[in-house]
Design a protein around this ligand. Structure first.
Ligand SMILES: C[S@@+](CC[C@H](N)C(=O)[O-])C[C@H]1O[C@@H](n2cnc3c(N)ncnc32)[C@H](O)[C@@H]1O
Ligand SMILES: Nc1nc2[nH]cc(C(=O)O)c2c(=O)[nH]1
Ligand code: SF4
Ligand SMILES: [Mg+2]
Length: 210
């Protein structure tokens, strides 16, 4: 394909910079423990200093891949698909989610909410970041709010963020991996004092799976 037609296809969400795809167990949040096929789309400019997938940030490092091919492949593995990144909402998620849903799949997203909500989703996990705050439409649509706890200030941030989501949105606190030993006791205490919040751990890292 010519370079211009590739960039036009990416613009329309018909091609996406694909970093990796893998069949594993959802390790985090509400669907922890569920088998799912992960589609990791490259490109993110939010810039979390503790991001565990920094290799995803530069979209130029990931080949533009036709959405039809991504869908056909994913269909072989699982009925549950998790689209993550990078920041998937950098791109138009319409064609990808239309394709996945036409195959009867349950389609979940992991997002910072920093860009307009595109695509149609069965489950939206919103993980807000102070550097680039979520858009109002993503707070409204989120099924799950997952706040990463890196330091004590993040508990106050979590409370403010919980005011912005719908009343039936599930609330999770997840320790930033590198400081988990320090933060887990604080998270435990906070959740016992504020039982509307639940603990989320990156269980895939304990299980040694992708
Ligand atoms: C890599 S991000 C990709 C999706 C999207 N950009 C986002 O941040 O939600 C997937 C999830 O991992 C979380 N995460 C990233 N690095 C982490 C770390 N070092 N410790 C704990 N959670 C982390 C993010 O907050 C997000 O919930
Ligand atoms: N097993 C597993 N579960 C996950 N949940 C969210 C992940 C992500 O990187 O978005 C992730 C991941 O990378 N692996
Ligand atoms: S928004 Fe997500 S992908 Fe982007 S830097 Fe933060 S954790 Fe990493
Ligand atoms: Mg991950």
């Amino acid at each position: 394909m010519l370079e211009k037609s590739i960039s036009q296809a990416v613009e329309k969400g018909e091609m996406l910079p694909l970093m990796e795809e893998f069949y594993t167990i959802q390790g985090e949040g509400s669907h922890t423990g569920k088998a799912a096929y992960f589609i990791r789309v490259g490109g993110c400019d939010v810039g979390c200093h503790w991001c565990d997938v920094k290799e995803s940030w530069d979209p130029e490092k990931h080949p533009p891949t036709a959405v039809d091919a991504i869908v056909a492949n994913a269909a072989k593995y699982s009925k549950t698909i998790v689209v993550t990144g990078g920041e998937p909402l950098t791109w138009d998620m319409g064609p990808l989610t239309t394709g996945l849903k036409s195959e009867g799949m349950q389609v979940h997203i992991e997002t910072s909410g920093a860009y307009p909500l595109s695509g149609s989703w069965d489950w939206i996990c919103l993980s807000p970041k102070k550097m680039k705050m979520p858009l109002p439409e993503v707070y409204e649509a989120a099924h799950e709010l997952k706040v990463i706890i890196f330091n004590k200030h993040d508990f106050a941030f979590a409370k403010v963020e919980a005011e912005k989501v719908s009343s039936n949105c599930k609330l999770y606190l997840q320790p930033e991996w590198s400081v988990r030993e320090k933060m887990i006791p604080l998270i435990t205490e906070f959740v016992m004092d504020n039982p509307e919040w639940h603990v989320s751990l990156q269980t895939h890292k304990y299980l040694n799976i992708p």
